[in-house]
Design a protein around this ligand. Structure first.
Ligand SMILES: [Zn+2]
Length: 303
């Protein structure tokens, strides 16, 4: 059976794994990204992960890598990233790595790889169209129609985090004001809590305080719930997919928000028929598995 390397570059961690053709992870490595130290540090870590994974492996046929940002998949380049990785915009990941590894290298947007994983062995199977939301530190998105990822005219399709939720709202790194990501994400929850209290807590701590009855925590979470439900109503009306699949780290805290979010959606969306809202089947490793699938899809098995 063929094997592929899948890499998921995130703002805090870089994950890598060897994937087989059934989607199993045979070996994996995680390193801190140290994104604030710039592109050379991140590239060094990606190389280190690949070198460690590939050692003594004979059947690896390629490397599939996910990164945040608008990814030019033809050039293998990160065109623009408005997130928190210093100096990462403009990196041609394929060129940088090709001088070290004699394997085909494919690059995709990280949320698109979550979608690829879900379409392969998760919730996206047997659908006509589905939308993925990745709720983590930020908010990513991916749109699949008829088994194809939509990339858009300039690789920005699915940047759902930068649709505007509040006109003239919180400033976003992309240059707009009131982007959905500023409200519907881990960082968004932290900002909401900070605005109410002047205290900075991580989203994890805020969720941990849910059971203690603190009024500002309740308000913070209920604003997050409404904002997420409103985004889902927009997606329902715009795309009308079979499924909206929600992944990302915040899904681990879903006991605090899932049911009221679905209730708000059902009570406020004009027509909910035809669309199911589900959590992603693969949470922590979907980017790595999707990276492997990206390789298998791009290299025919008799090559
Ligand atoms: Zn934005």
């Amino acid at each position: 059976m063929r094997k592929a390397i899948g890499i998921d570059i995130g703002g805090t961690k870089i994950k890598g794994g060897i994937i087989d053709e059934e989607g199993n992870i045979l070996k994996s490595i995680i390193l801190d990204t140290d994104a604030n130290k710039g592109r050379n540090m991140v590239l060094k870590k990606v190389r280190e992960i690949i070198e460690n994974l590939i050692r003594n492996e004979k059947k690896v046929v390629g490397i599939g890598i996910g990164s945040p940002g608008a990814i030019n998949i033809e050039k293998g380049k990160i065109e623009i990233l408005e997130g928190n990785m210093y100096n990462w915009s403009g990196v041609n990941l394929r060129t940088e790595l090709n001088s070290f590894f004699d394997l085909p290298i494919f690059i995709e947007n990280d949320a698109n790889l979550v979608g690829l994983c879900e379409r392969w062995i998760g919730e996206g199977q047997n659908t006509d169209a589905f939308v993925v939301l990745t709720l983590g530190t930020g908010l990513g998105g991916s749109i699949y129609v008829k088994d194809d990822i939509l990339h858009g005219s300039d690789w920005r399709c699915g940047e759902i985090g930068h649709t505007i939720l509040y006109p003239n709202g919180r400033e976003c790194k992309c240059g707009q004001k009131g982007c959905t990501e500023q409200y519907v994400s881990g960082r968004g929850i932290e900002k909401t809590y900070y605005e109410k209290t002047g205290i900075y807590l991580s989203s994890k701590e805020i969720f941990n305080r849910c059971s203690k009855g603190e009024q500002t925590v309740k308000e913070t979470i209920s604003e997050f719930i409404e904002n997420l439900a409103i985004l889902i109503i927009t997606i329902k009306n715009m795309i009308d997919p079979d499924k909206i699949i929600i992944g990302g780290g915040l899904v681990h805290s879903r006991d605090h928000w899932w049911k009221p979010m679905i209730d708000y959606y059902n009570n406020n969306c004009n027509i909910t028929k035809g669309t199911t809202i589900v959590t992603a089947r693969h949470l922590n490793n979907s980017g790595v598995i999707g990276g492997g699938k990206l390789v298998f899809e791009n290299i025919s098995s008799d090559e």
